[in-house]
Design a protein around this ligand. Structure first.
Ligand code: NAP
Length: 284
């Protein structure tokens, strides 16, 4: 019997996840499909029940259901609870549904590859305080970052994000607006992260690239388009710079391992999704 993983969300405009997971199922000879279910809020409960009853491998969960789905599960793992978002669900053999979060480990893998070092001891500035920024800051704090500054257009949202993570990690932390205090912090940073939708949805950039140290790395979570104005400016300055594609691949591989027990599918997924990542006609 063909097993299923369904990605639930609305809208579902992108096929990156489907391409990565189906290529990995095929490469492993696993009889399973990754299907897209663009559904309304009132349908979420029914799809979760289908996953439990019909022996699916699990679910992928994206906006706007990352919190709603969590309330319908048998268990939500600690990191997903701390971050406040479930982006994947695995069904155990006895039919229990367990929610987890792969954005944080995906970010860590992607950014450590981009930096060529671990996050331990780093000074990080993060622009944004939305869902992705929560996973980024959690990853930095749990990986031993020495200092994390969160700058957001609404400073209150940055402060609320940090309030969730009291007691997690030992690094210093500070909330700012996207203002002078953020620029001051950026001057000292080893790593500058864009975790906003700027560069994908709105034009411009959130990080003061000209103020960064020559040794700093710029990491943009955006992967559509592949080259944002932020990354272009960072590369012009000769800084290390990477978009969110390696995070996307690493978080998918982590979920795949939970569903199937097969790890190490990053290369298969990277090859499969490369044409879509390079396709400049794919827009946000
Ligand atoms: P979200 O929850 O909607 O948060 C959006 C964030 O962007 C908020 O902090 C918001 O600030 C800020 N923002 C929006 N427009 C802005 C503007 N014009 N100027 C300054 N800040 C602005 O979105 P999300 O889910 O966190 O996603 C953020 C980005 O990460 C998206 O581009 C998404 O595609 C990407 N992402 C990538 C991966 C990956 O695997 N590479 C994974 C997850 C997400 P306010 O609070 O002030 O509104």
């Amino acid at each position: 019997m063909t097993r299923l993983v369904a990605l639930i969300g609305k809208p579902l405009k992108r096929r990156h996840s489907q391409i990565m997971h189906e290529s990995a199922f095929d490469a492993c000879g696993i009889d399973a499909r990754y299907v897209l279910r663009e559904i309304e809020a009132e349908e979420v409960e029914g799809v979760v029940a289908d996953a439990r009853r019909d022996g699916w491998l699990g679910l992928g969960v994206t906006a706007p259901y990352k919190q709603v789905a969590a309330r319908l599960l048998d268990e939500v793992e600690g990191p997903a609870r701390a971050i406040g978002a479930v982006n994947n669900v695995v069904r155990t053999d006895d039919g229990r549904l367990i929610g987890f979060n792969t954005d944080a480990p995906g970010f860590r893998a992607g950014v450590e590859r981009a930096m060529g070092r671990t996050l331990a001891g780093t000074d990080v500035v993060v622009a944004g305080a939305g869902g992705a920024a929560h996973a980024v800051v959690y990853a930095c704090l749990t990986a031993g970052a020495a200092r994390v500054t969160v700058g957001n257009r609404s400073r209150d949202a940055a402060a609320a994000l940090l309030a969730r993570f009291v007691g997690i990690g030992e690094g210093e932390r500070m909330a700012t607006g996207l203002d002078d205090a953020f620029v001051l912090a950026a001057r000292e940073a080893d790593l500058a992260v864009n975790a906003t939708t700027v560069g994908m949805v709105d034009p411009g950039m959130t990080l003061p690239v000209d103020e960064l140290r020559p040794t700093a790395t710029v990491f943009d979570l955006v992967y559509v388009p592949a080259e944002t104005p932020l990354l272009a400016a960072a590369r012009d300055r000769g800084l290390r710079a990477a978009n969110g594609s390696e995070m996307l691949i690493a978080q998918a591989a982590a979920a795949f391992e939970r569903w199937t027990g097969v790890g190490g599918m990053e290369d298969v997924m990277r090859t499969a999704v490369a044409p879509l990542l390079a396709d400049s006609t794919v827009t946000a």
